[in-house]
Design a protein around this ligand. Structure first.
Ligand code: AGP
Length: 360
């Protein structure tokens, strides 16, 4: 059935990412110029709740390992409860939220203000509470989904916060932006289009064939955040049991869980760690668990018949954004196969309002 909003919104991601690069990026440049001239931030707290927290983890990886910025991703509630007052390190809060109304993320903005820390709210609603109460409001330009489930605002939020980091890194001037980053950004909308076209039918076939009731997701680097979100998508839409681990952490305990009937979904892009990932997947398969790699590494996809094969030419820097498409599609088709309505999961609303106390 192709009538659910979730499926349409997954397929809209190439256009949404293209709009951010064309229309939102100039606004990001102007905002960062102003924030840099006023605050010279040198420490970035990246927060959000649920999917928005996982989306913030992707740029946190880039900030730390590619952009020369000092960054920490954490749930908004953890920032509210534990974040220290600035100690001379010039921190700034970047809080990501589709709605701009989630209690913990609103409270994070308020806590930042109380401790004298500037804040940037990155939302899909410039009239939201967070947008009004922060120091700098960034409307990503990606409108909120009709579905309760976040898809295009997830990849759009991750990209927007990444672009913020690129501009801060340029302003800081100590770390040249890797050329491959700019090259991949230029290709991102087209690459996302190619990915969605390439994997839609494959994800459907794999989801419809999946017999497991329990799923384990494995990813590393920024792909760990994508796998956390992939596992959450499955839980939200199908109520299936799903877990997520850093790829190489899996041998350190969770391996004991493996048996026939468990489905392991591994994001395993080609690159310098392909051999180690393949070795792990073979060990997992030997236990009788079912292995479903999502990969553009031929040695992996040729080993496992049940792979989702990604286009070979996509680069690795933006893989955490591009690999979201097969993860989202797998969750979508699995939910539909199991008779769920992925647009309206039970017990869920688009955002949460709750009491949270930041007084220390
Ligand atoms: C929608 O159900 C999301 N999966 C959920 O985790 C959401 O991201 C979270 O509740 C925060 O919402 P926000 O992005 O509007 O702040």
């Amino acid at each position: 059935m192709d009538s659910h909003h979730m499926l349409q919104e997954i397929r809209e991601q190439p256009q949404a990412l293209g709009r951010i690069l064309a229309d939102t990026r100039p606004r990001i440049r102007a905002m960062v110029r102003a924030a840099w001239n006023t605050y010279h931030p040198s420490m970035f707290f990246l927060t959000g709740c649920g999917s928005s927290y996982y989306a913030a983890m992707i740029p946190a990886h880039y900030y730390t390992y590619s952009l020369g910025l000092n960054a920490l991703a954490l749930p908004s509630s953890e920032f509210v409860w534990y974040a220290p007052a600035p100690d001379g390190s010039s921190p700034i809060l970047v809080s990501l939220s589709r709605s701009g109304r989630t209690s913990e993320s609103v409270e994070a903005i308020r806590k930042a203000r109380r401790v004298g820390m500037p804040s940037i709210a990155v939302t899909s609603d410039p009239a939201s509470t967070m947008s009004e109460e922060c120091d700098y409001s960034l409307d990503t330009g990606v409108t909120s989904e009709e579905s309760v489930i976040m898809t295009k605002t997830f990849t759009g939020g991750a990209l927007s916060v990444t672009l913020l980091g690129i501009e801060f890194s340029k302003a800081q001037g100590t770390n040249p932006i890797p050329q491959r980053f700019e090259d991949e950004l230029g290709n991102l909308p087209e690459d996302m289009h190619r990915v969605v076209s390439a994997v839609d039918e494959q994800a459907k076939a794999r989801a419809e064939a999946a017999k497991a009731k329990r799923f384990i997701y494995l990813g590393s680097g920024g792909n760990y955040a994508s796998c956390l979100e992939g596992a959450l998508k499955l839980r939200e839409t199908s109520y299936a049991a799903s877990e997520c681990y850093h790829t190489m952490e899996f041998r350190h305990g969770p391996f004991a869980e493996l048996e026939k009937g468990i489905q392991v979904i591994s994001v395993a892009p080609k690159g310098k760690h392909a051999r180690e990932q393949l070795a792990l997947l073979k060990e997992i398969a030997a236990t009788g668990a079912n292995v479903l790699p999502i990969s553009n590494e031929p040695t992996v996809t040729e080993t496992f018949e049940d792979s989702i094969i990604m286009p070979e030419s996509i680069g690795n820097e933006l893989a955490p954004i591009l690999y979201m498409a097969p993860l989202q599609l797998f969750a979508y088709y699995y939910a539909v196969k199991n008779g769920r309505n992925p647009d309206e999961p039970r017990n869920l609303t688009k955002f949460v309002t709750t009491e949270i106390n930041s007084q220390t």
